[in-house]
Design a protein around this ligand. Structure first.
Ligand SMILES: [Ca+2]
Ligand SMILES: [Ca+2]
Ligand SMILES: [Ca+2]
Length: 160
């Protein structure tokens, strides 16, 4: 315990460095998720719309859960994906909102409940909005990278 602490009374806002560290962390996570966008070679492929090209892929991911990737726009690229864990609970959902072939809207779940949403609002391939939720609906924290350098300048914390 640090000397001169005020015990449980004070609840100071996170220092700027905390936000920076979080931003860097999510840049790393974002890089990792980019590599996972293409269905793996062993995925079962389906041609749901009958145009002769696969538009749905299903496979068991590294967590042992079912992953479903869809090409909903006929672009040949994944425009929607849903990852489950081995208990068939949602882990991640993502979609390509603007149809440029790159996913830009991500939903992360814990025990099938939405805990975080990440958006690439200028479609440059980097996340610039982070929204943290409690119980799937209550926003507890909002971060925005206003100059698109990967580091959020605007951080809002909402106390219930
Ligand atoms: Ca996109
Ligand atoms: Ca962006
Ligand atoms: Ca920034």
């Amino acid at each position: 315990m640090p000397a001169g602490g005020t015990g449980m009374k004070a609840n100071p806002p996170a220092p700027p460095l905390g936000g920076l560290r979080i931003g860097v962390l999510f840049c790393l996570l974002w890089g990792a998720s980019l590599a996972a966008l293409d269905p793996p070679p062993g995925a079962a492929a389906f041609d749901d719309n009958g145009d002769g090209r696969p538009d749905r892929w299903e496979f068991f991911n590294q967590d042992g859960g079912l992953s479903i990737y869809l090409d909903t726009k006929g672009s040949g690229k994944v425009s929607y994906l849903l990852d489950h864990d081995r208990e068939a609970l949602r882990v991640r959902e993502a979609l390509d909102f603007n149809g440029d072939g790159e996913l830009d809207d991500f939903y992360y779940y814990a025990n099938d409940v939405l805990v975080r949403r990440e958006l690439d609002t200028n479609y440059d391939g980097r996340i610039d909005v982070w929204v943290y939720l409690e119980a799937g609906v209550y926003i507890t924290r909002y971060e925005r990278d206003k100059d698109y350098d990967g580091i959020p300048e605007l951080v809002k914390v909402f106390v219930p």
